[in-house]
Design a protein around this ligand. Structure first.
Ligand code: 13P
Length: 278
């Protein structure tokens, strides 16, 4: 099933897919084993940095082969594509879905560029995600946030024909200093006018009930990256202080297993039905 079709399906029933970033074979394997064990669909995401690190063709081939090997239904997505050139390269290579991130541009420019990406992606039947409002990026102050305005979202969706929309409702990329406060009223208002599947970026560290409530209000894609890198490196660091083993095939598996455990929990979070507390 195409990514677009999957989103259309889950958009009707308030369900969401987990989107996990991967950085190498070990992190990819960790995520895929979790999806396999939970019998859950998953989105595998690559940023420009990860693409530069692994190489576009290598990264895509690794993800596609991994999905097949582990018997997981999934889609490969470009996360935060910063240029139309990068988006086009990913589409040509065979990505299922691309994000064009024009969130730092003036609204009219973001609309114009996103529109071009939507037209481009139509040739490949690929899904397009855009960002409206501004969600603080890694290494940026979490004060650097501009919440998405519902009236802008309506205009943006009408003008661009984008498939999915990342909204700024109180999350940020990276770890939070304090528990984030999500603006659910805003989310509801955006969904009412935009109608399309919404995307929650900055999923690391957002409390489970908040993620589930966001899903019940129209979020169909939940992104998690920072927690994956963190658990992998922390586990590895601990191991390396305890062993002189040079066989990396012995050293990496526990770090990979720590990702599997983390992502199993995240998959349960997105796949479970939201139970409001009274
Ligand atoms: P975190 O790194 O905060 O989990 O956010 C992931 C994300 O939104 C990727 O686009």
């Amino acid at each position: 099933m195409k990514m677009k079709e999957k989103f259309a399906e889950i958009n009707k029933v308030q369900k969401a897919l987990l989107a996990t970033n991967f950085y190498n074979f070990e992190t990819l394997k960790g995520v895929l084993l979790a999806a396999q064990q939970e019998q859950s669909d998953i989105i595998l995401q690559l940023t420009q940095k990860s693409i530069d690190y692994m190489g576009l063709e290598n990264a895509l081939a690794l993800a596609k082969a991994g999905l097949k090997t582990y018997g997981v239904t999934g889609w490969v997505h470009l996360d935060h594509g910063g240029s139309i050139e990068l988006v086009e390269a990913c589409l040509k290579a065979g990505f299922d879905s691309v994000m064009y991130d024009g969130s730092e541009l003036p609204l009219a420019q973001n609309i114009e560029n996103t529109k071009k990406v939507v037209q481009l992606a139509a040739n490949y039947g690929a899904n397009v995600e855009a960002e409206l409002g501004y969600i603080a990026k890694l290494e940026q102050s979490h004060d650097k946030v501009a919440f998405t305005r519902p009236q802008d979202a309506q205009l943006f969706v009408e003008e661009t024909g984008v498939d999915t929309l990342a909204v700024a409702i109180g999350t940020a990329h990276g770890f939070y200093k304090e528990t984030p406060k999500l603006d659910f009223e805003r989310l509801k208002a955006i969904k009412e006018v935009a109608q399309i599947p919404l995307v929650l970026h900055g999923g690391s560290g957002v409390p489970v009930p908040d993620v589930q409530r966001a899903i019940s209000l129209g979020v169909c894609k939940v992104n998690v990256a920072t927690e994956i890198k963190n658990i992998f490196m922390k586990t590895l660091k601990t191991l390396l202080t305890e062993t002189d083993e040079i066989d990396l095939r012995q050293v990496f598996p526990p770090a990979t297993a720590s990702i599997t455990k983390l992502i199993q929990g995240k998959l349960k979070m997105v796949n479970d039905v939201y139970q409001p507390t009274v």
